[in-house]
Design a binder for this molecule. Sequence first.
Ligand code: MTE
Ligand code: MOS
Length: 772
Amino acid sequence: MSLQLDRRSEELRLRVVRRALRHDSSPKHVAGTATFVDDMREPEGLLHIAVGGAPIAAGQLLGIDLDAVRAAPGVVAVLTAADIPGKNDVGPVLHDDPVFVDGRIEFHGQVAFAVVAKTRGEARRAVTLAKFEVATGTHCVSVDDALAADQHILPDYTFRKDDSAAALAESAYRMKGRLRIGGQEHFYLEGQVSLAIPGEDGDILIHTSTQHPSEMQHLVAHMLNVPVGDVTVEVRRMGGAFGGKETQAAQWAAIAALGARVTGRPCKIRLDRDDDMNLTGKRHDFLADYEVGVDIDGRIQALETVMASRCGYSADVSGAINDRAMFHADNAYYLPAATITTKRMKTNTVSNTAFRGFGGPQGMMVAERAIDEIAWKLNRDPLDIRKRNLYQEGRDVTPYGMFVEDNILLPLIERCEAMSEYRTRRRKIAAFNAESPTLKRGLALTPVKFGISFTTTHLNQAGALVHVYQDGSIHLNHGGTEMGQGLYIKVAQVVAEEFGVDIAHVKITATTTAKVPNTSATAASSGSDINGWAAKNAAGAIKERLVAFAAENWEVTPDQIEFRDNRVFIGNQSVPFAELIRKAYFARVSLSSTGFYKTPKIHWDAAKGRGRPFFYFSYGAACSEVLVDVTTGEMKVQRVDIVHDVGRSLNPAVDKGQIEGGFVQGMGWLTTEELVFHPDGRLLTHAPSTYKIPCSSDVPEHFQVALWDGANREDTIYRSKAVGEPPLMLAISVFAAIADAIHSLDSDKPVPLDAPATPESILRAVQVVTGR
Ligand code: MTE
Ligand code: MOS
């Protein structure tokens, strides 16, 4: 009771945290004045780089005739593997990502050389003059190809709970199926870009667009064969990243750095959109086989699934992505017995990589399809089957041995059910569909339960650096990067709150390896969780010194000192914050501190497939209604209602933006965005003319987002929760609603809809269901 009162009065005292402050760069974003790497004033003598790639998907590079390239106008240097002083590698986990092809060609377009020229146009024109001599080998393009050829990039991995085979055998009903889940291009508005500036004594400064400055620093240093300390990587902001700039900014940073090393001049590389789409990895597409067994009431007895993914030619972070698919193959549902396997297939395509959700969305698709299969078989409303299978007391252990301790699924779903008027609309939709032969409406309400933490335990650490200057202005730096998600403003709010000052007192500064070292990627949605705490710890250390100083100077006890409203209240008097700072400076109090944080409680034993990989779960639920023309396959999302859990929000405006944006991006993944490869290995959809991301007119007209208001039960920063990735998976409700619309054609048949649910995919499912 008293603890609760304490919490409540602490809540009431908050001035900056919890406020819907606008994104610190939003006026600049709108005015077009925010500086991205390509907008930076170009250093004198800047050279520009373009890359040239292999003309086949697999084989040997026997030689490249570069004479015409070297002789082309404006060309200053040509870079190949032979120019690399250190390791020809930018692989983040295994060392299997060459900067330039050296011998073996692994995918169509794989970079084999780079041209450094006076202008970008000259570099791009010169690249086309190379003549390749190659020996063509055999290649795999799709998951199916790789399964047939038994080509794996990493070993298969399985975790098990109980005896799923026995549980399936004893089930009243068993449903078996296959689901294809498409990949996704990140389509960040700002493409990959790096600007490398050589300095004294071999130093190099790289401005780049990356979620992972420390890794870029390490990989560039290894490539150049210099100490890590010679390389500084700075990132002010990215024009979107979505996971695509976690590892895959490295090759471009390395090429820019190599150009700078070879020529002694600043070098910039900015990929053309087609090159960006051809040469950087995407979300993994999956081929999932599943079998689910239930009792007569539709309660799951066992789930078995084998999910095979297209990893591309190298490992990148495919291991962790496939792991996360496995961690989410239960989604919100209790599985008494389960066998969950992933196959990490090697293909001769670009190396696939992190994308918002990091494999989690693909795993969840399997869980939600299994639920729909049960509903179709038992002829029940899918929402009833979902609710019946939720984690609950006594049924709360995941297939990997972690207990779901913070479960809010049922009340959250019920709120979404009420907000969306699910039951009334269900009846209306059934009536509509009975009368309408070509247009069918579909409705689905699906939950999300997403695990928060890097599943690679050591990555869950963060650092920050805070200075207070003599006028009371505060300089904030931390290891997190800004990609539009609002991390900088959230962390600044935390620091302002700590010092009891307005947000305007806090200077947000670019992320740089020179200020905070050895950072983790801004990824796994953990940016504000870990950097928020690190910054609070840094500010808190300074504040502690200030309190000690004030207590001594004014002869009060520390508990009589409070920082609030840009002032410091000391006993029964108060001074402006800046005045205390000045006094502290003259008293020789240190006004600068680092801060550090590591996430508690987490551990993971990969060999046993057991542990607590996540600090906590973030939850959400979405109800979507679609209208499908079953004769053309056209589809429109008509209404979406979302209830999403962000704990106690640090910034409700930013969080709502993340929920809306994540949902629409997920909708694109599951409906219009389709990656098509030619059998020869070329990506055919490498421009917006053929690759369809959602646009503003695709945002549903009725789009209602409510925040679930409940504190994180774990001690996160101000009891908030991560928000970056989970909302993407709310869009599974759109996919399930499309299946629901098709299901109205014949209630006796399951709907073998594959993702993305393009018109073609919808028509294929319609044909199977109607038998036409
Ligand atoms: N939001 C915007 N506007 N742009 C982005 O690139 N990336 C997403 C998400 N939201 C992204 C975004 C991804 S993949 C992650 S992991 C998180 O933001 C990372 O930031 P966070 O940890 O601070 O939430
Ligand atoms: Mo996000 S996929 O973890 O960068």
